[in-house]
Design a protein around this ligand. Structure first.
Ligand code: ADP
Ligand code: NI
Length: 225
C-alpha cells in the first residue's frame, strides 16, 4: 500500500514559495494529466507515475540552485518516498524520471525515459501549452524581467542549456520551445491534446503581433471607414 498523501503534503510545503509558474496548481494539473494518460497505459506502474508527477519539480534547477540545499532536499524527498511506502526499486524508478524529465535536461542528451517517465514528461509539457501555457510563459517571463516582445530580436534557432536559461522575449520563447513540443510528445494521446493547444497559441501570437504593430490604415480598411 502506498500513501501518496505523504508526498502531497511535502510538495505543498515546498512549492508554496514559488513565483515562476511551478506552483502547486501546476503540479496538480500535471498529476491530473498524468493520471489521464496512464489510463491508456495500464502496464505502467501507476504509483510511480503519480509519485513522479507530484514531485517532478521539487529538485528543479530554477527552484533550488544551491548544491548543499539540493542534497538536503533530496535526502528529505527520499525519506518521504520511504514513508509513503515505496520500495527501493520504485524509488530508483522515480528518481530516474524526475532527474531526466525536463526540457533543459534533454537539450544536450536525449534521455530514454521509462514508460511511466514518458507519461509524466508528456503531462508536464502539456501544461506549458494552450491558454494556461500562455499564462505561464508571461508569468515566468515577468519573474526573470524579460520583455514581452522585441520585433528587432529574432527567435534563436539552436539552444544549449545555458542559452535556454538566458533571458529571452516571451514571444520568442514560443518559437524557441513551445511550438516544438507537440512533435516531441511521447504518446499519441498527448500529441492530440498538444496539437489543439498549439493551435490556440499560434492564434494568440498572430493576434499579439497584429495588435503590437497596430496600423491605422489597416484598421480603417477593416472597419470599412
Ligand atoms: P522544463 O521544466 O521542462 O525544463 P521549464 O522549467 O524551463 O521547463 O519551463 C517551465 C515553464 O516556464 C513552462 O511553462 C515554460 O514555457 C516557461 N518558461 C521557461 N523558460 C521560459 C522563458 N525563457 N520565457 C518564458 N517562459 C519560459
Ligand atoms: Ni513541471
Amino acid at each position: 500500500m502506498v500513501e501518496i498523501e505523504v508526498l502531497v503534503d511535502f510538495v505543498a510545503e515546498q512549492s508554496a514559495k514559488d513565483h515562476s509558474g511551478h506552483d502547486l496548481a501546476h503540479i496538480q494539473r500535471v498529476v491530473k494529466l498524468s493520471a489521464y494518460l496512464t489510463r491508456y497505459y495500464p502496464q505502467a506502474d501507476q504509483n510511480v507515475v503519480l509519485a513522479a508527477a507530484w514531485t517532478h519539480d521539487v529538485l528543479d534547477e530554477k527552484l533550488v540552485s544551491d548544491p548543499t540545499q539540493l542534497r538536503v532536499l533530496r535526502q528529505r524527498l527520499t525519506g518521504r518516498y520511504q514513508q509513503a511506502g515505496f520500495s527501493a526499486p520504485q524509488i530508483e524508478a522515480i528518481y530516474a524520471i524526475i532527474d531526466h524529465l525536463s526540457y533543459a535536461q534533454n537539450l544536450r542528451t536525449h534521455w530514454q525515459l521509462s514508460l511511466a517517465g514518458q507519461l509524466v514528461q508528456d503531462a508536464d509539457r502539456l501544461d506549458a501549452l494552450g491558454a494556461v501555457g500562455i499564462g505561464r510563459a508571461f508569468y515566468y517571463g515577468a519573474s526573470t524581467g524579460a520583455p514581452m516582445f522585441d520585433p528587432e530580436l529574432a527567435p534563436r534557432t539552436t539552444l544549449d542549456h545555458q542559452a535556454y536559461r538566458q533571458v529571452t522575449p516571451v514571444i520568442n520563447h514560443f518559437y524557441e520551445k513551445l511550438f516544438r513540443l507537440a512533435a516531441l510528445m511521447n504518446t499519441a494521446e498527448a500529441r492530440a491534446i498538444a496539437e489543439k493547444r498549439t493551435a490556440i497559441m499560434r492564434q494568440f501570437v498572430t493576434d499579439f503581433k497584429a495588435e503590437w504593430q497596430f496600423d491605422e490604415k489597416n484598421q480603417a480598411a477593416q472597419s470599412g471607414n
